[in-house]
Design a protein around this ligand. Structure first.
Ligand code: HEC
Length: 201
């Protein structure tokens, strides 16, 4: 080991050159025979450090001096919320009215639902299978639009009629019962099921 004092660096007045590896060793830092090397920082690290400082200066100036919108969380939040609110549809004041629909578009949509879902139990022509005959004027739960709407919405679970409030929208439910009342009631099914319920005139 030799002691070198001829370096202009005065941070570590004294370091030693390791005779084996030729590397600088700190002379005043030894523990249990273990010595620390006096290496320079890698240049990539130094540059990263300098760039971080430069970035921080720009950032602080933008944030505190120019109060840039995208850096201020409150402003950023307000901007986002304004966008969300603008995208929301205006609240509708329309009240849903349970009233029979007679336009051909609604009846066609009702028929589609009937064919897809209801016909399994009530048959396509409404003659009845698991569910009652819909073509006659006998009704278990009443023959008013509201009665039918209520049955389709809430079902009669214990008798096997499924509630459709989650599966069909209000409009779809109204369309399908309109189809029943307009086009199935009074028609002649191939195999009518015996009447159930009370006769309504
Ligand atoms: C899983 C079989 C099944 C399906 C599917 C079904 N129903 Fe029913 N429905 C029944 C049964 C069973 C009853 C009889 C309930 C009772 O006895 O109270 C019934 C009763 C009804 C009633 C009341 C009839 C009355 O006499 O008061 C209406 C209206 C009705 N269903 C409409 C529909 C519509 C509309 C659909 C399709 C969206 C549908 N049902 C799908 C089985 C079904």
């Amino acid at each position: 080991m030799t002691t070198a004092n001829n370096m202009p660096d005065n941070k570590h007045e004294e370091y030693e050159i390791d005779t084996l590896t030729n590397q600088r060793l700190l002379s005043n830092h030894e523990y249990d025979g273990i010595r620390e090397l006096d290496n320079d920082l890698p240049s990539w690290w130094k540059w990263l450090f300098i760039l971080a400082i430069v970035f921080a200066i720009f950032y602080m100036v933008r944030l505190w001096v120019f109060r840039a919108d995208d850096l201020i969380q409150k402003k950023e939040f307000d901007t986002e919320m304004a966008g969300v609110n603008a995208a929301k549809p205006a609240p509708t004041t329309e009240v849903f009215e349970v009233k029979i629909l007679t336009d051909s578009e609604s009846l066609a949509a009702g028929k589609e639902t009937w064919t897809k879902i209801c016909s399994v139990c009530h048959l396509q022509d409404g003659g009845g299978l698991v569910g009652p005959n819909m073509t006659d004027n006998y009704w278990i739960h009443g023959n008013k639009v509201e009665n039918l709407f209520n049955t389709v919405t809430n079902g009669v679970i214990e008798k096997g009629m499924i509630p459709y409030k989650d599966q069909l929208s209000q409009k779809q439910r109204l369309q399908v019962i309109s189809y029943v009342l307009e086009e199935i009631v009074g028609s002649t099914p191939a195999n009518p099921k015996a009447p159930q319920g009370d006769l309504y005139e």
